[in-house]
Design a protein around this ligand. Structure first.
Ligand code: ATP
Ligand code: MG
Ligand code: FE
Length: 337
């Protein structure tokens, strides 16, 4: 089984081909980071324009990398949402055109289901499992009792973890995307500044990062007003410690309550060295649960993860017709059966 996946939900134009749900045959990512950097974030209009320019080349490159012709592909999987509507539409329309022209099935994929399924490119999934999703737009704990079944047991009430990283980075005058820069700085400093942790109600698996973000911004502004400077590496270390503390504590508690066999890390913030190390430490003495962490290239946006999720959705018989539209606020539980 060969699935061609297309991902254009944000600022990466990506196409990949996955064999039998788990084997990467081609994986091409054209990043637009350089074009958005000078604006300090993703500019939707610019993203759409880049996707239009890149999509055909990236599809051809993926087929070339896999040494396959389109006739050999079994289905086209595409990110239907969530994401930027204009960006998503480029991928959806390219997928529809390919499916129509070559008479192939079209499979809609949820972007976060893709992030979770990046883990199936590392190892076979063992259910029931929990996924800790930490990305630019999402922070959630997702319970899966079987393939393609997603139950959100906790989610952020305000900012996503990645969003908080990017905003804190901006306050420290670091370039976009700020996550990797904060991560690097954090390792050069110590967590000397006391910052809040939003635990929320007893037993809640929800998250909140806007209070922490504001506390960092206030700390910087107050110091500036007093004519003092705060060591950015210590602020980064303190911020990162607060984020990781909450993420890891809630994940450990959820793993115990739900009695899962695996814990998957997913999303762009999964590239964070501090988070990876903290999870490894937290689960090192728990032999009955397997921690899975994807390689860095499969954490941030890519199409291999979309094709991997698409492979499962294809097997489950999930199809879209040519009326498929981009859905910027698509719910991950939409295709549960
Ligand atoms: P979503 O997946 O929710 O739709 P997105 O696709 O924009 O959002 P991703 O590409 O999954 O987000 O992840 C990008 C985010 O990951 C950015 O916020 C970026 O700062 C963050 N990030 C990347 N590397 C690191 C790192 N090492 N530490 C912390 N954050 C990181
Ligand atoms: Mg991105
Ligand atoms: Fe993403």
């Amino acid at each position: 089984q060969l699935i061609l996946g297309i991902e254009t939900s944000c600022d990466e134009t990506a196409v990949a081909i996955i064999k039998n749900g788990r084997e990467i045959t081609a994986n091409v990512v054209a990043s637009q980071i350089e074009s958005h950097k000078r604006f300090g974030g993703v500019v939707p209009e610019i993203a759409s324009r880049h996707h239009v320019e890149q999509i055909t080349v990236v599809i051809e490159e993926a087929l070339k990398q896999a040494n396959l012709s389109f006739a050999e592909i079994d289905a086209v999987a595409v990110t239907e949402g969530p994401g930027l509507v204009g960006a998503l539409l480029i991928g959806v329309n390219a997928a529809k055109a390919l499916a129509f022209a070559h008479n192939k099935p079209l499979v809609p994929v949820h972007h976060i289901a893709g992030h979770i399924y990046a883990n199936r490119l590392v190892t076979e999934l063992k259910f029931p499992l929990l996924a800790l999703v930490v990305s630019g737009g999402h922070t959630e704990l997702v319970y899966m009792k079987e393939h393609g079944q997603f139950e959100v047991i906790g989610e952020t009430r305000d900012d996503a973890a990645g969003e908080a990283y990017d905003k804190v980075a901006r306050t420290l005058n670091l370039p976009y995307p700020g996550g990797p820069h904060i991560d690097r700085l954090a390792h050069e400093g110590s967590p000397t500044i006391d910052l809040p942790r939003a635990w929320l109600e007893e037993g809640s698996y929800d998250f909140s990062f806007s209070g922490l973000k504001s506390a960092v911004i206030n700390t910087v502004h107050n110091a500036e007003q007093r004519g003092e400077t705060i060591a950015p590496e210590n602020l980064a270390a303190s911020f990162q410690e607060s984020v990781i503390d909450v993420l890891v504590t809630k994940t450990v508690r959820a793993v115990a309550e739900y009695g899962v066999n695996q814990i998957l890390l997913a999303g762009g913030v999964a590239a964070n060295k501090g988070l990876r190390a903290a999870l490894e430490k937290a689960f090192s003495d728990k032999a009955d649960v397997e921690l899975v962490i994807p390689p860095l290239s499969l954490c941030t946006d890519n199409a291999a993860m979309i094709a991997a999720a698409g492979s499962v959705m294809f097997e489950k018989g999930i199809r879209a017709d040519l009326s498929l539209n981009a859905i910027p606020g698509l719910d991950i539980e939409t295709y549960n059966t």
